[in-house]
Design a protein around this ligand. Structure first.
Ligand SMILES: Cc1cc2nc3c(=O)[nH]c(=O)nc-3n(C[C@H](O)[C@H](O)[C@H](O)COP(=O)(O)OP(=O)(O)OC[C@H]3O[C@@H](n4cnc5c(N)ncnc54)[C@H](O)[C@@H]3O)c2cc1C
Length: 496
């Protein structure tokens, strides 16, 4: 028989969306209410983040790569307390001006307004210490990117990042051992817990209904915090259910729960910001692995060709797997790891009906095809990144889409980076920004939730994560997710 738990609000997931909802509702606990967070992943603490790629893979869902059925793209998301905010880099973008009004206009959401969401950003940024870092934070990888852009006349801009007393160790994506990265693991969840919110890690929700959630509690990995419940099935009754399991899981949970009248749009219109790494090799040491990895980006081709190029630097395994070769060539290039520069191109993809999450054999399955527009954007972006690095003095450039491994001058870029070299399954396209699947909208045939995240026909279930985006945000999405989650929390509070 299942263990039973009664509460006022149950929150599923503790990432950017769930963590914010937990903190905002924690004041209810001070007034005697019971708020519970069920998180599928373990509760790792700072001291577990040992900066080793092999050990930290456990922070991620499916070892860091959820592939699409065609193997054209693989999505990365975390599965631990803090969700993907435990492994994100902390690049903090406000939603571009006009995005929210566009959603409001195009999806029949007059209750959602640009001014409301934009007004939340400065306060949210202050809450998580998001700021423009000073010049002392610019490592050589970021400087080379900036100089290359300046040489070419590409506008080069800075990100806000949400770090406090950063030790510049460069291991942000393996969990911050110093607690400097101000995700929900460090900011909202500790505050929520202090005020009385109950966090149950290793607790995977299997189905949701209005007023009730079925979950399964598993063994906590050695050394991680465990909840005081027996392992096995757990039934949670709650006045409100908040679903914040992220784009890879929230739509799947709704589908698995077979809610009556669920929208046919459930799981559909996914966008991923398809991303590719490319590399310059410099004559001098760069040591891109030292210091904070991401500070600059260019939006030179955002309007015309639909992409951003951002600075980035990754660990040896991630770098090696992203290079388009094996054997001696790969070995030669990896030997110059300390002289590499790295950029990440991110495509603004469009929501399409066929790009979806669905269930196969009860498991979430991702169907996603790159559109012609996205493929063209990728080719253009990889050539632009090459131009940036050659302008900054690179001796060699390696693009994941290329007729040849080594490109040694800007005049070779056009001939090398071609559509014929873009073979599906052979090129590592990745994504860390899954969005959509429970999109907001007025029409229940075309959307899953309303402007506050309430599931059409089931207002007792509120979705508060990236899955409610009707289109991609174009920019790194977490701050926008937080703003929408805060709004969802206000709705829940008002309802209670
Ligand atoms: C490596 C990496 C780097 C990134 N860098 C940036 C960046 O610099 N800037 C930026 O804006 N964005 C970045 N992102 C993206 C950002 O982290 C996500 O967009 C954001 O965290 C998504 O929030 P969410 O609440 O939708 O989901 P998540 O934060 O992913 O949280 C979902 C949570 O739900 C839990 N869950 C799932 N299913 C269940 C279930 N059945 N039962 C219980 N719990 C469940 C998961 O374990 C997870 O903890 C990055 C992502 C990654 C992976």
């Amino acid at each position: 028989m299942s263990q039973q738990l009664e509460c006022d609000v149950v929150i599923i997931g503790s990432g950017a969306g769930g963590g914010v909802v937990a903190e905002r509702l924690s004041h209810l606990c001070e007034a005697g209410a019971r708020v519970v967070v069920l998180e599928a992943g373990p509760h790792y603490l700072r001291e577990h983040f040992n900066m080793r790629e092999r050990d930290m893979i456990g922070l991620f869902l499916d070892k860091g790569a959820v592939p699409s059925s065609s193997f054209e793209i693989a999505v990365s998301a975390a599965s631990c307390v803090g969700g993907s905010t435990a492994v994100y880099t902390g690049v903090t973008f406000r939603a571009p001006q006009g995005l929210i009004d566009g959603w409001s206009r195009d999806f029949g959401l007059p209750e959602l307004s640009e001014s409301d969401i934009q007004a939340r950003f400065p306060r949210l940024e202050a809450e998580i210490d998001a700021h423009f870092p000073g010049a002392e934070m610019e490592n050589a990888n970021n400087r080379i990117f900036r100089e290359g852009c300046e040489q070419l006349g590409y506008p080069v801009k800075q990100f806000r990042v949400n770090i406090r007393e950063c030790e510049r160790c460069g291991f942000c994506n393996l969990g911050c051992p110093y607690g400097a990265k101000r995700g929900t693991l460090e900011v909202q969840l500790p505050r929520a817990i202090e005020r009385g919110v109950e966090l149950i890690p290793n607790c995977r929700v299997l189905s949701v209904r209005e007023g009730e959630v079925e979950a399964l509690l598993s063994q906590a990995p050695a050394g991680t915090a465990a909840a005081p419940y027996a392992l096995g099935p757990l039934r949670v009754r709650a006045r409100r259910v908040v679903l914040a399991a992220g784009t890879l899981n929230s739509p799947a949970l709704l589908l698995a729960s077979q809610l009556p009248g669920l929208s046919p749009a459930t799981g559909r219109y996914l966008t991923l910001h398809p991303a590719l790494m490319s590399f310059g090799r410099m004559a001098e040491p760069v040591r891109g692995y030292e210091g904070f990895p991401k500070l600059h980006y260019t939006d030179a081709f955002s309007e015309s060709h639909h992409y951003y190029i951002e600075t980035a630097f990754y660990f040896p395994f991630v770098t090696a797997k992203s290079l388009p070769s094996f054997g001696p060539e790969l070995k030669r290039f990896m030997r110059s790891y300390d002289r590499l520069t790295c950029a990440l191109t991110l495509v603004h993809d469009e929501p399409e009906h066929e790009n979806r999450l669905h269930l196969r054999g009860g498991r979430p399955q991702l169907d996603y095809r790159l559109s012609r527009r996205s493929r063209e954007a990728i080719l253009h972006a990889l050539a632009s990144a090459g131009r940036i690095y050659f302008a900054a003095g690179a001796e060699e450039y390696v693009s994941p889409v290329s007729e040849r491994f080594s490109i040694t001058g800007p005049d070779q870029l056009e001939d090398a980076i071609t559509e014929t070299a873009f073979q599906s399954g052979r090129v590592v396209v990745s994504s860390a920004h899954p969005m959509g699947g429970c999109r907001m909208g007025h029409d229940p045939e075309q959307s899953v939730v309303n402007a506050w995240g309430e599931v059409h026909g089931h207002p007792g279930i509120v979705v508060a994560d990236a899955s409610i985006f009707p289109t991609s945000s174009k920019v790194n999405p977490y701050l926008t997710i937080m703003a929408l989650a805060e709004r969802a929390a206000e709705r829940v509070l008002a309802g209670l």
